[in-house]
Design a protein around this ligand. Structure first.
Ligand code: XMP
Ligand code: MG
Length: 175
């Protein structure tokens, strides 16, 4: 159990289960990208531990790069626009694997993938550790999903509450 500020989090997915599932996802990626050389695009900050543990299990030839997604209010629209920061590589003709910690509403990845697609990659696949199907608002093709979970707030193993709690081996859930 962890308490951060006013919130208490209880055990949810233990470290061993996370690592076993990551090994399964890596095996799948190793098979499906055996004859390719993908560019792995890690969405910071939340995906940093998932990406590190997954990457250590990949035996394929691949490049790994890191992006951030910044939200800003467009002047003429009230909607939140997500801007990609840090992508310096040319992605034209590349096979991309986008690594995320969690797909909740799917709005972030929907916008990120739309912007990536404009730059002409050969393919885009998504690998997310967690997926909340009941929260999804945008249609999204998810090729690699670690765990489908119910619509509750989770923490740990990269995921934070107000910047805190990323540094655990287990995933916890709000009590
Ligand atoms: P969307 O809704 O765009 O979510 O799919 C994108 C980002 O929201 C954060 N998020 C969470 N962070 N526990 C967290 O610590 C959660 O339960 C949670 N749900 C969404 C996360 O940064 C994700 O990339
Ligand atoms: Mg995130």
């Amino acid at each position: 159990m962890i308490t951060i500020k006013d919130k208490t989090f209880v055990p949810f997915i233990p470290a061993k289960a996370i690592q076993e599932r990551i090994q399964e996802l890596a095996t799948q990626i190793n098979e499906e990208y055996a004859d390719k050389q993908p560019l792995i695009v890690v969405v910071l900050n939340g995906a940093f531990l998932f990406a590190a543990d997954l990457a250590k299990q990949l035996t394929i030839s691949c490049e790994i790069t890191f992006i951030r997604v910044a939200s800003y209010e467009a002047t003429e629209s009230s909607g939140q626009v997500k801007q990609i920061l840090g992508l310096n590589e040319s992605i034209e003709g590349r096979d991309l694997i986008v690594i995320e910690d969690i797909v909740d509403t799917g709005l972030t990845l929907h916008q990120v993938c739309a912007q990536l697609r404009e730059k002409g990659p050969a393919s885009i696949a998504i690998a997310t550790l967690l997926f909340k199907p009941s929260a999804l608002k945008e249609k999204l093709d998810l090729q690699y999903v670690g765990f489908e979970i119910e619509n509750r707030f989770v923490l740990g193993y990269g995921l934070d509450y107000d910047g805190l709690g990323r540094n655990t081996q287990d995933i916890l859930v709000l009590k």
